[in-house]
Design a binder for this molecule. Sequence first.
Ligand code: PLP
Length: 368
Amino acid sequence: MSNLPFIDLKAQYQALKPSIDARIQKVLDHGQYIMGPEVKELEDKLAAYVGVKHCITVSSGTEALLIALMALDLRPGDEVITTPFTFAATAEVIVLLGGVPVFVDIQSDTCNIDPQLIEAAITPKTKAIMPVSLYGQVCDMDEINAIATRHGNIPVIEDAAQSFGATYKGRKSCGLSTFGATSFFPSKPLGCYGDGGALFTDDDVLAQAAREIRVHGQSARYTHTRLGVGGRMDTLQCAVVLGKLERFDWEVEQRLIIGRRYQELLANLPVRRLAVREDRDCVWAQFTLHLENRTAVQQQLNAAGIPTAIHYPKPMHQQPAYAKYGQGLSFPNSERAAQQVMSLPMSPDLSVDQQDRVIAELAKALQA
Ligand SMILES: *Cc1c(COP(=O)(O)O)cnc(C)c1O
């Protein structure tokens, strides 16, 4: 039998082809490849979708996190509290600015940062808290915001690269804290056809700072008020996201249905499922479970044409480039998750038959 796609971006393009093609052609015709009209159109639509005042599109999710920290004026030696169980970009942007990532362990059942451990990590140098809404489930934002408020309004940046479209107590991911930062990397819940990202905030001053930082710190043409980066999202990529938005509500609904069905089917198998809190909807950027015999199961699934992935095999404090921020520290839940997690094929276009095939092969692999 043929291999299943891990994420079916081709089926998505086929469904949206007329609209995406027309939008791309329009950009080619008007020729405003940088900061063309589609950029503002997308920013207005996304801000309305999330329910915040400002959306600033940027060149990637990584750049969104970097620009958020720059807008908050992170200085060398400043500390940022975050999770070691994430994609490298989260810690990378802190270190790039001379900051110090202060790692705090995750909850073993959701793999999101444990708010109960954050308070003990706060020092007078804490400049921001950067939780990650991993796998598409928003982290405990109310608890995190309450701690931040109690300690002198520490800014909170939600790394929402995987959770665009997810909800938390009826509100949208990206609109729950000082800044929300997301990515339009093709495989994320809302992806473009290259690199892209966006920042969200209700704060007028921070939004203005982020807009300036995105274009080399310019407050007016060739007036460089502050240090910035070349961080714009190009018009073509904005046009692609505008096209994708046309069926995004349907896609989110499909993600919820497919995720729920996976969880139900897994209930009968000897695996540990990710916990999803009752007050939030996970958009399953990755559909991830925990296995004690991961390597064997993964090999057998791959042999049966079921692609899998590991998000992530090594926590940040065990990575050579970041080991110095974890010296003498242990994060047992992150370390165990790194040994056990495995992601199954997931996309809005995953059919019931495909999903049944994944589960049947997983059941076989678990018996072997
Ligand atoms: C993808 C991702 C990023 C980075 O996004 P890019 O657009 O690839 O730069 C940051 N954080 C997390 C948690 C991610 O999954």
